[in-house]
Write a protein that binds this ligand. Sequence first.
Ligand SMILES: Cc1ncc(COP(=O)(O)O)c(C=O)c1O
Length: 404
Amino acid sequence: MSVLTPSITFNPRIAAMQPSATLAMSGRAKQLRRDGHPVISLSAGEPDFATPAVIAEAGIQAIRDGHTHYTENKGMLDLRQRICRKLERDNGLAYVPDQILCSNGAKQSLALAIAVLCRPGDEVLIPAPYWVSYPEMVRFAGAEPVALPTSVDTDYRLSAEALEAAITDQTRLLIHCSPSNPTGSVYPREELAAMAEVLRRHEQVFVISDEIYEHVIYDAEHVSFASLPGMMERTITVNGFSKCYAMTGWRLGYLAANGEITQTAAKVQSQFSSAPSSITQRAGIAALDMDFAPIREMVAAFRERRDFVLDRLAALDGVRCPKPEGAFYVFPQVSAYYGSTAPSGRHIDNSEDLCFYLLEEHHVALVPGHAFGGPDGIRLSYAASMPDLQEAMNRIEAGLAALR
Ligand SMILES: Cc1ncc(COP(=O)(O)O)c(C=O)c1O
């Protein structure tokens, strides 16, 4: 007699959701490590630095002081006031605390913004390569993600012309991310101004501006989309503490928006999760109050690593990689190796094959570009120590050189 339980019919929106494409890779990397292989992982999406001590201490102090209860759903007023000051100081954006919603990471802020704005049948423009979660969040909201491919020749940035050409009567939203995960691209002010000019002709289009890598930036200026002429009213600015303050595990992000958007997103949050942890919020206040020196040191280290990785990539046959001006990723184009064969007989037909080859035969974990809608590339995170990066680049070089 069968003891199998009948298969469950899940919500079709959940059934349609793609599992994270990076999981297969990290699962295999873990297994190889367990088997004793010295795998170096350049697949992480988080700084390899500790959370600055002053922030961690504020969290500890919050527990000692008994700040361990629910806070206001939108987040503590003290925190939202500081976020307003930050948005004014760093981004030239004038918001009031009521327009700020703090959430469990920028991821939740993004999911809420997308959920409240998207209606069934709406189209959402997403320049590709994109951060993996955007299309899934859009589909979950019942809308249609429209990937807009960009090229290595334009440093993976979308042109105003391509934006104009993609807008239809159904377009509801553009998801803009600068500095970008996975490419590290930063949009210069003049290109953003040209995009804003296009959007001014299409009043129905909102913008979500994901600025989570704002401070991880090198020789470029970070421009908040909402600060461009006419864009404040229709832009939802999303930011968070994970990347710039090395606080990925604390889970704190926020959105800032005009009109009823924040209130509507807050309504959803009140039913689904409530405010982020009271302890984390206290730590967030300390982050916004602290001296910026530790962040500058972290970014200086990232810059040195970026330059090292770029030099090594430039020496590889058939690999092209723009110089990223932000975040801690490079996204080299590696499609010249598709159609090749390894000495082991393994065929490499796409970014996933190449990543599995480099992982299983050369013990470096990277993320295949197809996961980001950029099938010609791979993502390499340089949030790793210099010795690890040196060894990983030696292995990648040897791995690619062996392909015929
Ligand atoms: C572009 C981008 N946006 C948002 C997030 C979410 O960050 P968190 O939820 O940790 O604040 C990430 C994290 O990887 C990211 O890379």
